[in-house]
Design a protein around this ligand. Sequence first.
Ligand code: SAM
Length: 286
Amino acid sequence: MDNLWNIGTIKSVMERHGFTFSKALGQNFLVNPSVCPKIAEMGNAKKGFGVLEIGTGIGVLTNELAKRADKVVAVEIDERLIPVLNETLAEYDNVKIINDDVMKVDLAKLIEDEFAGLDVAVCANLPYYITSPVIMTLLEQRLPIKTITVMVQKEAGTRLCAKMGTREMGAVTVAINYFATAKVLFNVSRGSFMPPPNVDSCVVQFELRDKTPEGVTDEAFFFKVARGAFSQRRKTLCNSVSSALAIDKQTVAKAIEQASLDANVRPEKLSMQQLICFSEKLRQLI
Ligand code: SAM
């Protein structure tokens, strides 16, 4: 069904199915006609691709993805939306809806079972309460995905797409930059949703790297150091890591020196290679 962005269509579909929005599930549906075609076009929904969507709502984005990609598999947690989707997506035979919590789905198996022989992209207007966990799950599992194109809150988008060595960066920036290159594609105003959220949004894209940066011998330790480094913003690297990881200051200071860094360096000044080098030196000292 087209026109799923139309407020009148949404209202009549909702009325027919007795559906009401759940705030807890982050249900803000898109009512701006230009947004979903743009996400689909820029997000690799095209021939030769299988697209994984997270959170369908009444299927406004699913519809645009199904028009363009070979196959769409969409995970939607709210069972009340399943009969709605059976109606709104009835014309497509290349769409499969999985009624589940995306955080509980075995995504590696899903991709293997559903997208054999296809390249894979993820497209979604994400429920904001699980933005970071979803993105990190998609990245950390090293799934065979080419791109992740998702709508997030504008502020989250700035943090997620921050470059290493800038003020905006945080631990999540390190993780994202480790697995992918990230960019903001376009902004979306709060008025583009029903009901409108309190903040504006943006669509971001992560292009997954073929190879993660070299030099990390223990990824779990590296990310622990990264989280520790940014646990107390604006503190020096030495103080943050020492208190977050409970390692004495002399040892952390020695690792900083061995990594050829300034003794008072702040974490947000570090490049990926510098952070990796520091983490490796620290690992060897403890
Ligand atoms: N794609 C639709 C659109 O753009 O209008 C809906 C987007 S709405 C922001 C987020 C959707 O994610 C809702 O349909 C909600 O029910 C679903 N959702 C929330 N938590 C989820 C979870 N853990 N797993 C799967 N879907 C979830």
